[in-house]
Design a protein around this ligand. Sequence first.
Ligand code: NAD
Ligand code: TYD
Length: 360
Amino acid sequence: MQTFLVTGGVGFIGSNFILKARQEQWANIINLDKLTYASNPQTVAQLQDDSGYHFVRGDIGDIQLLHHVLEQYQPDAIINFAAESHVDRSILSPQDFIQTNVVGTFQLLEASRAYWEKLSPQKREQFRFLHVSTDEVYGSLGSTDPAFREDTPYAPNSPYAASKAGSDHLVRAYFHTYGLPTLITNCSNNYGPRQFPEKLIPLMILHALNGKSLPIYGDGQNIRDWLYVVDHCEALYIVLKHSRIGETYNIGGNNEQKNLTVVEKICAILDELAPKPDFRHSSLITYVKDRPGHDRRYAIDCSKISSELGWQPKENFESGLLKTIHWYLSNPTWVEQVQSGAYAQWIMHNYGDREAVLSN
Ligand code: NAD
Ligand code: TYD
């Protein structure tokens, strides 16, 4: 069986990818993660007795560690999920985004190049470096604009999106300059089990369950294209196995939703699954001060991955949202762990001002 080095595999998408990879026997996994605030080791605890899984705590910016890990485990592919990933945090403190997303990806590319150049001709031929990126590199769409294609010019608007755009350009350059067999995927918003509750869907689920206000930025009419995380993981595996090297693929759910609609759907499901005796969850919806530079609409044209590699999302939004809410209801210990300590400070930091401004 092949071995994949997964970076950032204690986070949301990486952990879902690893769990699927072990379940489907796609590969043995080495998981390199720095364990930032966005990770919870309990997320992958079920793999602790799996001999095909190894965890290494470390930073993708630490090149000595990377040389050592690559030498020791001899992976057949690297899948780079490691990143600072939350737009609001990138607005309040962009430094870590440049450090991990740009400098860290650069160091990972350097270590990968050194490793790849020393492989046997057969292993060199088979090796892949898959960089997991976002649709946010393309900027914002107007309501009637066509969806993002792979040849849409980059126009990132947030420090997060700019740092991911920078990392994409580096990956592209390592293919064109050094021949490193890279692949890039640009995906729309993911949702599903194990997402840190700073992002829209888990934040709204947990606030609603706790009877707290549901903070909608601006007018709630911003649009995102939502993809169930397991569909994303399957797309990544298909790209890894079947794409030509040097290619880029857009991945999306064909599922554009206004933020307000998403929150209303969550409220309606919770009214059924966890009803409150004296109010409906939608009564908690509160409009708060908008995010600076808030992108209006993202939409993905995923006809390339569909026609070339035969991938389609399997989950629809209703069934995916229901599964997601069931997961949060069934995993209170995980929820408690991620909400302890620094989480409360983040909620104060990001939301304190927004509501204060409105009530002035
Ligand atoms: P996440 O924030 O949930 O997890 C990121 C993981 O990376 C965490 O476990 C963290 O500890 C780790 N990490 C951070 N800095 C690191 C470093 N310097 N070295 C090693 N590990 C480090 O993020 P996610 O939502 O799982 O996103 C994974 C990737 O997918 C990111 O690259 C993101 O840009 C991309 N992406 C995310 C979405 C989405 O909707 N979440 C959509 C498209 C693309
Ligand atoms: P988010 O999950 O942070 O993803 P991204 O900004 O990467 O798309 O936010 C999704 C949308 O939800 C975005 O338009 C901002 C909005 N949003 C709110 O209205 N309230 C919130 O508390 C959060 C976290 C997001």
